[in-house]
Design a protein around this ligand. Structure first.
Ligand SMILES: *[C@@H]1O[C@H](CO)[C@@H](O)[C@H](O)[C@H]1NC(C)=O
Ligand SMILES: *[C@@H]1O[C@H](CO)[C@@H](O)[C@H](O)[C@H]1NC(C)=O
Length: 772
């Protein structure tokens, strides 16, 4: 969302806000108030009538001007039908957020549980954790809704692929890998939306920003003007993957289209993307919303249509249901009068919106009569919720390096620890962007002080670290301390929405501070990086005086406790990097504006992410150490699978002996759900968690073999013991490759499976076609 635009939106929303919220405790029922004798008898209020019938009944009662004012985020009230105004824009990326005007803190709701930023929780590779966080966040969201301080429609998560390490919003995403992002999307959305019976929604989530949106502002190009040129191949096997999973597996109630263009068309005006793909192929049961003022942007900024009425019509015809912003409220009337769209087109969009509101129970009368009606202030920032935020932070921290087993520190041997760095007293920095007001914080310094005596110096006034004036004092404490912890990194002044990074190194003089302190330190030196995006810390990797490096991401409200727990070994770190850590030199060969995932030898373009970039890295995707040592052996895994091809691919140059189109294969066949059983042995001295990453390589030949994550599982294994772990892999979804036309095919032949150092091969064969 654009900041300036957001301010305008908030002012408009505020006016509605005042009328929408009662002055007494809690919220007036949104609609169908049982105390309102004039309206409670309407058919659309009857909970025993099927939702689609209720929706049609309500739409039949609305006038055209009312309908037009209901397809924008600050939807008007319709008092004659007993319907309140509604602000659709709330956010809950990793805790209830106050970024959208639909949510505000204060009064009975001074704060909410702030979990680690998404790039961090992605590093846990723990699907149950993602779902559990979603469950807790939606409990708090429902409680705030009941109290009249939040909405029920949350425009989270952000599941764009973290394509370029400079992206300021990479922190909001689950990283660079499509399989990881897809599983994150489905898990978090299911957690948020609840397991409500049938069609019911606890809150409505939204996967954004569809699609190929991952540049905010780089080298004079911003997201409002950017035309992302994306191949059909990259769209199908990278950019669209998390969105497809979000809709199909997560059953998300909404998708947001982005600001940018894709191949010359604004996404919010592209019927191929919205109407054909999201609604047609994936069968979205929900609504499509624009990013905030996307429609205005493609008219005003991109000059995509000649008139504003055409812009409104194009958006609705493309399949947009809700405009975040005022554009549709202003221009839809004229668009209908000019015959560019019909009132029926508008009604269809509105039906998608009202259906979601009905699934949320907003037309069922009293909030307290609903399954979540009893949630209130005492259900927010509970001890259990805050404990989960701490657990999430512990699971998210990645041990990047640990020379000579210098970690964990021992409180009995390292009695005085020097704590240095501009992030050593971080609070709001730890929650990253799209956050709200936390229940409270434990800073890294406070966390460490719970274990040992500390001496503290910031070394740099802020992360920009513009000078070395404070270095001397920092060196003094490092000379005396039994160990030194440097808490460095980034914050929202370096990477944020509208702010892509210029480089990957630590800002300003941070590197010099670390090196100078390390040179004089008496004890082991531990470098802790707080950041969303990757940082080129080669200098520290190569500095023999720096013993250990931890990536703490943006670890959330309990970050300081978790960092200290890892440093002192009460938590054995198990996080893995969800994105490649590139060297600074990588950037010289990679303009941020080039969307291609694959390398181009002709131009020297090296490609992106571990799947396609094969050059030097600082730390690879999936990297993460433990205080224990784990080994695996494959106990059981299929050696062969047979595919049933339902149709011959008459037009393909490939014979069915080489590959089968996924759309022509019988993907419902249970035999295509493979399971690998792996024995994980903890040979180290400490209980710990181990993440099994399963990668696959297609048969050599036409497929320009590239290693791809196909499954993962995290397991807790006590010291000295062994545990059997099962990882599922689906042949159609995971062993398929995408050709240059964007067609997904399953190559026949030997696929290589890599699980850690275990290699296994599966032979994929086709059976006789049964139809022609
Ligand atoms: C994954 O997260 C769940 C939910 O918080 C937790 O109970 C479980 O212990 C975690 N798994 C591992 C292996 O850490
Ligand atoms: C082959 O191409 C023709 C013409 O483009 C098309 O009509 C037909 O449906 C295609 N057949 C298959 C099996 O894709």
């Amino acid at each position: 969302m654009g900041y300036e635009r957001q301010v305008v939106g908030s002012v408009v929303a505020l006016l509605v806000w005042v009328s929408a919220v009662s002055l007494s405790e809690g919220r007036v029922p949104f609609a169908c108030d049982p105390r309102n004798v004039e309206t409670r008898g309407f058919k659309f209020c009857r909970t025993n009538v099927p939702i689609h019938v209720r929706v049609q009944d309500l739409i039949g009662r609305l006038t055209l001007p009312e309908k037009i004012r209901l397809v924008v985020n600050n939807a008007i009230a319709v008092p004659r039908l007993g319907i309140q105004g509604y602000e659709w824009w709330s956010e809950a990326l990793h805790g209830v957020s106050n970024v959208g005007p639909g949510t505000r803190f204060g009064g009975s709701f001074p704060g909410a549980t702030m979990f680690p930023q998404v790039i961090s929780t992605a590093a846990s590779f723990n699907q149950s954790l993602w779902r559990e966080i979603g469950r807790v966040v939606s409990d708090e969201a429902r409680a705030m809704y009941n109290g009249g301080q939040a909405g029920l429609t949350y425009w989270s998560p952000n599941v764009n692929i973290f394509r370029d390490p400079r992206w300021g919003r990479g922190q909001e995403t689950p990283g660079e890998d499509p399989t990881l992002a897809a599983k994150y999307a489905a898990s978090y959305v299911r957690g948020l939306q609840g397991d409500g019976a049938g069609n019911r929604l606890k809150v409505a989530a939204c996967c954004k920003h569809y699609t190929a949106y991952d540049l905010d502002n780089w080298n004079g190009v911003d997201r409002f003007h950017f035309n992302a040129k994306v191949s059909k191949q990259d769209l199908e096997d990278t950019y669209d993957v998390p969105f497809k999973a979000c809709v199909l597996e997560g059953q998300v109630a909404s998708v947001m289209c982005s600001y940018n263009q894709v191949n010359g068309k604004p996404t919010c005006a592209d019927p191929d993307l919205l109407r054909n793909t999201i609604r047609g192929q994936w069968r979205l049961n929900g609504y499509i919303v624009s990013d905030c003022d996307s429609v205005g942007v493609f008219y005003d900024t991109q000059h995509y249509t000649r008139t504003p009425e055409e812009a409104a019509a194009e958006a609705i015809k493309a399949g947009l249901d809700l405009d975040c912003g005022p554009f549709l409220a202003i221009y839809t009337d004229a668009a209908i009068r000019k015959g560019l769209i019909s009132e029926n087109d508008l009604s269809l969009a509105l039906a998608n919106l009202i259906t979601v509101q009905m699934r949320l129970g907003m037309f069922d009368g009293e909030p307290s009569a609903q399954p979540y009606g009893n949630l209130g202030p005492r259900d927010v920032c509970t001890a259990a919720h805050q404990q989960l935020a701490l657990e999430a932070a512990r699971e998210s921290i990645v041990l990047l390096q640990n020379k000579g087993h210098s970690l964990p520190l021992s409180p009995t041997r390292h009695r005085l620890v020097g704590v240095i760095g501009p992030n050593s007293e971080a609070t709001v920095t730890m929650i990253g962007n799209y956050a709200g007001v936390a229940c409270g914080y434990t800073t890294p310094l406070q966390g460490i002080a719970r274990y040992v005596k500390t001496a503290h110096q910031v070394g740099c006034r802020n992360v920009a670290c513009g000078g070395n004036q404070l270095f001397g004092a920092a060196e003094t404490i490092a000379r005396e301390a039994d160990a030194t912890v440097l808490v460095m990194g980034l914050d929202q002044s370096v990477e944020a929405e509208t702010r892509d990074r210029l480089g990957l190194l630590l800002p300003g003089f941070q590197q010099e501070l670390v090196a100078r302190v390390a040179r004089v330190a008496k004890g082991p030196v531990i470098l802790v990086i707080i950041s969303g995006g990757p940082v080129d810390v080669s200098f520290a990797v190569n500095d023999p005086k720096i013993s250990a490096i931890l990536w703490a991401g943006y670890p959330g409200q309990a970050g300081g406790t978790a960092i200290a727990d890892v440093i002192f070994g009460t938590t054995n770190p198990g996080g893995r990097l969800p994105m490649t850590w590139y060297p600074e030199s990588y950037l010289r060969k990679v303009p941020m504006t080039i969307m291609d995932m694959r390398p181009n030898p002709a131009t020297g373009y090296p490609g992106r992410t571990y799947r396609f970039y094969k050059g030097p890295v600082v730390f690879p995707f999936g990297h993460g150490l433990s205080y224990s040592r784990f080994t695996h052996t494959l106990a059981q895994g299929p050696k062969q699978v047979s595919l049933q091809a339902l149709f011959t691919d008459a037009n393909s140059t490939l014979s069915s002996k080489e590959a089968v189109r996924v759309s022509h294969a019988d993907c419902d066949d249970q035999a295509l759900e493979m399971e690998f059983h792996v024995d994980v042995q903890n040979q180290g001295p400490m209980d710990g968690t181990h993440t099994l990453l399963v990668f696959a390589n297609p048969p050599p030949g036409k497929w320009a073999a590239t290693k791809q994550l196909v499954g993962f599982h995290k397991a807790h294994v006590p010291a000295g013991s062994k545990q059997r772990v099962k990882v599922g892999v689906n042949v159609c979804k995971h062993l398929s490759v995408v050709d240059q036309f964007g067609i997904r095919r399953i190559p026949t032949g030997e696929h290589d499976i890599h699980i850690g150092d275990v290699k296994h091969s599966i032979s994929v064969q086709t059976m006789q076609q049964i139809k022609h």
